[in-house]
Ligand binder design. Structure first.
Ligand SMILES: [Zn+2]
Ligand SMILES: [Zn+2]
Length: 77
């Protein structure tokens, strides 16, 4: 049994995500996304795909990066 660190649900099917040397425990992908997924600087959506990063800012797509002035960023093909 493990307790989700986002919603505190004690769930037997909880799973762990290891990231940057830390271990996080979640009961659902939704909770994991809420905790782990970066937010697009331009449209505020959660980035669940590859996304883009520049100067510590995250964007969901090249379009949003360009809106924010990062003209050099392109989508990962
Ligand atoms: Zn949860
Ligand atoms: Zn966006």
């Amino acid at each position: 049994m493990a307790v989700c660190e986002v919603c505190n649900n004690d769930y037997e099917m909880a799973f762990e995500i290891h990231a940057a040397g830390a271990v996080h425990t979640f009961d659902s992908i939704e909770c994991a996304a809420q905790k782990m997924a970066p937010i697009c600087e331009n449209c505020q959506c959660r980035i669940l795909g590859h996304g883009l990063q520049s100067d510590g800012q995250f964007f969901c797509c090249a379009h949003c990066a360009r809106q924010a002035g990062f003209a050099q960023l392109v989508d990962h093909a």
